[in-house]
Every structure is written in C-alpha cells, then in structure tokens.
Design a protein around this ligand. Structure first.
Ligand SMILES: [Zn+2]
Length: 298
C-alpha cells in the first residue's frame, strides 16, 4: 500500500521536476528552453536566447499528415491564391543566371510555374519540384514525387528554394544543411517561413489572454512544428555556415488566409482583422512571413 509519506515524496519530486531547468536545448542555437503557454494540441517550448518557439516532438501525440487532400480542405485558400508578389521578388533575386532551380516541398509547383512563365531564359532552364503529394505537373516543370527527406540526388542546382516548408520539419538545421548540399558552389538557398514576432502572432497571444483562443490555437497548432522569428531563422542559417545575402518581411494575399468558417459576419470580421494586421505589420516591418536568401560558399 502506498503511504502518505510516499505520496508526499512523489508530490515533492514532481514539484522539483517542474521547476528544474530545461534539458531540451533549442534546436537552432542550442541554448536552454522553457515551456511556453499551454496549447490544446501542441506542447510548446521557447528558447531563452533566440526566442524560437517550437513544438516538443516527444510530447506531441499526433502528427500532421500530408496526403492527396492536403490542399483541398484546410488549405484551399492558400493554394487558390498564390503569392505572386513573393514569386516575382525571388525570381528577381536569383536572376536569370540561375539555369537550374529546385523547389523542396513545392506544393502544386506554383512558384516554378510562375518562374517558367516569366523566365527570359531560353528553354533549357531546368525547373524541378520535389513533392510527396501527386498532381499534374505544370508546363516546363519536372516533379519528383517523393518526401524530400527520403529523396537524394547527385545533381546540383543554381538555386534551391523552399517556401513554407521548414516550419513543418522535425529538424530545421538538418533541412537547411540538405538544402545547401543541393546547391552548386556559389548558388543560392531561398527559405520562406513564418514570423513569430509578427503582429498577427502577437494579436493571437493577446486575444488568448482575453479568452479568445481561436487564432492562437490555429497559428500554433501541430500543423507547424516551428515558429521562427528573425533571430532564430538567422541562427539556423548560421548553424550550417550559410552566408545570408538578404532578408525581408512580407505577408501573403489576405485571400490566401485559411480559417474555419463561423458564418458570414464572423468571417468578415476576421478577414478585416487580418487585413488590418497585415497593413500594420507592413508599416512596422512585423509581417506574418519572412524570406531569407543565402549564398553557398563558392
Ligand atoms: Zn535558440
């Protein structure tokens, strides 16, 4: 039989466990981390140094699945409203000199299709997308149907691009290392991801304090394992010795935001809120997303 003394010892040791400093280092900079605010499905931790927020994979009891219906339900707006402004800016940065471009986790290959449509380079430009879901490839684009972490090649590319993918992977540093290994010496690596210090994220945390948990629950759901800020994303690039050339903050088209419908009025209020936060974010350079372009050593 368990005695009261035993129960007291257990309670005391549990208390000590909660107060002990974290032994789980930041996956990007290696510094200590602490538990972040509670989330119903994703146990979150936050780095004491670079402020990176990430899901504790050991405690995550259910993982996101990426099947053929991925773009058909919860992410329909995202796929139907591609971020052309971003596509054109990346195209301008990598230039027409990039004769071969690969997009890791390319979705429906909308970026590569845009590149193909607007390229001034002759027809020998090579555009490759790696994607585990199947779809009909657009003109001028070759698709490798495979999870990118299970695919390898000896081919090297002038530009390695990955948009809204790094926040889904278990190990972002390993992902960046593999991306850099796919690039030619002197080639570029372009990564777009979330910005945890954006006004949209900030508003979700403030609303949560007032009992409005929907935006926070959606933004920090298990769908995204990593919530980068400027410092933590740059720490990831530094960890693999990638020299950052440029970085910028930006949004997505407001129409591309997906959220579960709660009726016309509620949906309209949320869309107005998102548009306002996107505008303020642009003015204060605290936008929803961020993109980094880096050079691989020549
Ligand atoms: Zn860190």
């Amino acid at each position: 039989m368990t005695s009261l003394t035993d129960l007291g010892t257990v309670a005391y040791s549990m208390s000590l466990t909660r107060e002990m400093p974290s032994t789980k280092p930041c996956p990007l900079c290696g510094s200590g981390t602490r538990e972040d605010v509670a989330h119903p499905e994703a146990p979150l931790r936050r780095c004491g140094s670079c402020d990176h927020c990430f899901a504790d994979l050991e405690l995550l009891d259910q993982r996101e699945t990426y099947d053929e219906s991925y773009g058909d339900d919860d992410h329909q707006n995202w796929f139907e409203n591609p971020n052309l402004e971003l596509f054109w800016r990346i195209s301008s940065v990598i230039g027409d000199d990039a004769r071969s471009v690969i997009d890791l986790g390319c979705g429906r290959a909308q970026f590569l299709s845009c590149l193909h449509s607007h390229t001034k380079v002759d027809g020998d430009r090579r555009l490759v997308g790696v994607e585990q879901t199947t779809f009909v490839p657009p003109d001028g684009v070759e698709i490798v149907h495979s999870p990118f972490d299970e695919w390898s090649t000896t081919e090297r590319f002038d530009a390695v691009v990955s948009l809204a993918v790094i926040e889904h992977v278990d190990d972002p540093v390993d992902f960046l290392r593999r991306a850099s290994e796919l690039a030619e010496p002197g080639g570029r690596v372009v990564i777009m991801t979330l910005n945890d210090r954006s006004l949209l994220y900030l508003a979700s945390r403030v609303l949560r304090r007032f009992g409005i948990t929907g935006p926070f629950d959606q933004l920090y759901s298990r769908h995204h394992l990593h919530h980068f800020n400027k410092s933590s994303l740059l720490a990831a690039f530094a960890a693999v010795d990638l020299e950052v050339e440029t970085r910028w903050d930006h949004n997505i088209p407001a129409a591309a935001v997906d959220f579960p419908s709660q009726g016309a009025i509620a949906d309209g209020v949320r869309l107005l809120g998102v548009r306002s936060l996107f505008l303020l974010g642009r003015l204060t350079r605290r936008c929803y997303l961020q993109t980094v372009v880096a050079r691989v050593a020549a």
